[in-house]
Design a protein around this ligand. Structure first.
Ligand SMILES: CC(=O)CC(=O)SCCNC(=O)CCNC(=O)[C@H](O)C(C)(C)COP(=O)(O)OP(=O)(O)OC[C@H]1O[C@@H](n2cnc3c(N)ncnc32)[C@H](O)[C@@H]1OP(=O)(O)O
Ligand SMILES: NC(=O)C1=CN([C@@H]2O[C@H](COP(=O)(O)OP(=O)(O)OC[C@H]3O[C@@H](n4cnc5c(N)ncnc54)[C@H](OP(=O)(O)O)[C@@H]3O)[C@@H](O)[C@H]2O)C=CC1
Length: 283
């Protein structure tokens, strides 16, 4: 399949990173969000990342200009009519994703693949919102997208082999390493990572240690690049909570119950780095 134009839905931390790596690989990109300000925020992030690369002499200023020129802004979902490949990176919520997929199914050309960057939600269930479940697939990038090598590729029950092959090849074209996994809550990455983060939050909640101490133990003791609470702030505490809820509901096992402190922070709007406060303060 010949992919020329890739549309990214959601210009948040993941969507902007996904748009950046596609534009860097030479694709035309349409970056979509609900309004101009959100699209602009995503483009600002891309600009900052590329400027850093120019300063480090990894790309030239002309390369940067060309990459940015390949990214078109969008606040109208009917721009999907121009896309060969769509990756959805909106909020981690089944209702919102199903609504988006139902609309994209109507607006996108028949050949267009509809991928989702969901962290944990079942691909098979997202696909039921469309009349093309064979063209729906999970393409799960890791944060920060320009740096992390993994793409977890998840087939829904109905995903066609050719669609899997397209995503496998596309991931390699982006310089990433695809790994195929089955469609179960949290897939592999978040089934393992998120209970560790949730347990780190319990250790703070139960007064075992401060966030700083927990992070230091895991960084120095286990050689993790970031401690689990710094990582939770980096991912977004709302996203961490949604993932824990998906695991809890999906497996029906209380070992996945989200820590009450995580719920409290999310209710308070302490979502981590993106809102300036989570386990740490950023402003
Ligand atoms: C929730 C999910 O569904 C799945 C997930 O994504 S879970 C999260 C997975 N991600 C992780 O676990 C990340 C863990 N952290 C790390 O690997 C590292 O701390 C890190 C890569 C983020 C930063 O690395 P570091 O060595 O501490 O910092 P630093 O030296 O500043 O950065 C290394 C490189 O990353 C780049 N970088 C750092 N943060 C970046 C960002 N947010 N965006 C783009 N590039 C970034 C830097 O520019 C630098 O690039 P060069 O090698 O080209 O110079
Ligand atoms: N954070 C992470 O480390 C990772 C996250 N993911 C997944 O990627 C997805 C996005 O996460 P992330 O980028 O962190 O989240 P962010 O909150 O940074 O960004 C989500 C963006 O999508 C927008 N949005 C919400 N609803 C819609 C809609 N109906 N149409 C278009 N845009 C919409 C949001 O707007 P608004 O601000 O108004 O809500 C926001 O700009 C989630 O599914 C998440 O689970 C996957 C891998 C890693």
């Amino acid at each position: 399949m010949d992919i020329k134009t890739v549309m990214v839905i959601g210009a948040g931390q993941m969507g902007s990173g996904i748009a950046q790596v596609h534009a860097m690989a030479g694709f035309q990109v349409i970056l979509h969000d609900l309004n101009d300000d959100f699209v602009e925020r995503g483009l600002t992030q891309i600009n900052t990342n590329l400027t850093r690369q120019v300063e480090k002499e990894k790309i030239t200023a002309t390369d940067k200009e060309e990459i940015v020129k390949r990214i078109e802004r969008s606040v109208h979902l009917n721009d999907a009519s121009k896309a060969d490949f769509i990756i959805e990176a909106a909020v981690e919520n089944m209702k919102i994703k199903q609504e988006l997929f139902a609309k994209l199914d109507e607006l996108a050309p028949g050949h267009t693949i509809l991928a989702t960057n969901t962290s944990s939600l079942p691909i098979t269930e997202i696909a039921t919102a469309t009349k093309r479940p064979e063209k729906v697939i999970g393409m799960h990038f890791m944060n920060p997208v320009p740096v992390m090598k993994l793409v977890e590729v998840i087939r829904g029950l109905a995903t066609a082999d050719e669609v899997y092959e397209v995503v496998d090849t596309l991931s390699k074209t982006l310089g990433k390493t695809p790994v195929e996994v089955n469609d179960f809550p949290g897939f592999v990455s978040n089934r393992i990572l998120m209970p560790m983060i949730n347990e780190a939050i319990f250790t703070v909640y139960e007064g075992v240690a401060t966030p700083e101490a927990v992070d230091e133990v895991m960084k120095l003791g286990m050689n993790h690049p970031m401690g689990p609470l710094t990582l939770a702030d980096f991912i977004g505490l709302d996203t961490c909570l949604y993932i824990m809820e998906t695991l809890h509901e999906g497996f029906g096992d209380d070992k996945y119950r989200p820590c009450p402190l995580l719920r409290k922070y999310v209710k308070a709007g302490w979502l981590g780095k993106k809102t300036g406060r989570g386990f740490y303060q950023y402003r």
